[in-house]
Design a protein. Structure first.
Length: 256
């Protein structure tokens, strides 16, 4: 057992559950390359903690393994991994937005990177940037997820929830941010400034929900009403959400 050991996620998208079976609630998802700390085990499950946001839950044991320290991150919604640097070669897996990889070699078109068991995968170079690079156009980045299905606990192009969307976008800016909206709302960070007016890059918080302003009168958010990531008129959304959960609790502008 790897108790108290740090390992990395070796599957593309890993579901994290409240208990050690996949019939319980989906809590969140971990992505390829993410570091986790193993705390306990039950049968073929590990109870672990994400080193990104301290989120804890149960994952299948085969989801973790050894990977080298990452050097790059993916910036496209879905990055295909090929067996050879050839678009016609076999597809091994796919990587979701903000997956972490260790680059081996790279040219203008293709990049090779480490997979588990010393295997090598190939991706298009345009799909990654250095792990230290900040991509300051938050609105452009979050719009990549437009119409992605809504999934409670989701954090990938296959399905995502409101707080997972915001966390992913900020993490890709190298900004640490909590997983759940209630924690995001009370988070004190130097890149957040409280405000009373909607504009671009303003987070809007309701009880158990968060959206991002894309302009003075529009927001983008993953939501159950539209069953996807949607851009909509702020006034209309505010009226609807008020009937469901109440008034806006606070607004915070992201300073980048």
């Amino acid at each position: 057992m790897f108790k108290n050991c740090n390992l990395r996620i070796i599957k593309n998208i890993v579901s994290v559950y409240k208990n050690f079976n996949n019939k319980t609630n989906l809590e969140t998802q971990f992505l390829f390359g993410e570091k986790v700390k193993i705390i306990n085990e039950k049968k073929n499950w590990y109870f672990c903690k994400s080193q990104n946001d301290d989120y804890k839950g149960w994952i299948l044991k085969n989801a973790v393994g050894s990977l080298p320290e990452p050097t790059h991150k993916t910036i496209k919604l879905n990055t295909l991994v090929f067996s050879k640097p050839n678009i016609k070669s076999q597809t091994i897996m796919h990587l979701s937005y903000n997956s972490l990889i260790k680059v081996e070699k790279s040219n203008k078109e293709w990049t090779s990177f480490k997979l588990p068991n010393n295997k090598i995968g190939y991706i298009l170079t345009e799909n990654i940037v250095s792990i230290s690079k900040k991509r300051k156009n938050i609105i452009k980045n979050i719009k990549l997820f437009f119409k992605v299905p809504y999934l409670w606990g989701g954090k990938s192009f296959l399905g995502i929830d409101c707080s997972g969307l915001i966390q992913l976008i900020l993490n890709n800016q190298n900004l640490k941010f909590p997983r759940n909206s209630k924690d995001q709302m009370i988070c004190q960070n130097e890149f957040l400034l409280e405000t009373e007016n909607l504009e671009k890059n303003v987070l809007v918080f309701w009880e158990n929900h968060v959206a991002l302003g894309v302009s003075e009168n529009k927001i983008i958010h993953a939501n159950a009403f539209h069953k996807c990531v949607e851009i909509e008129n702020f006034e209309s959304a505010e009226k609807r959400i008020k009937k469901e959960v109440g008034e806006i609790l606070c607004m915070k502008k992201i300073i980048v």
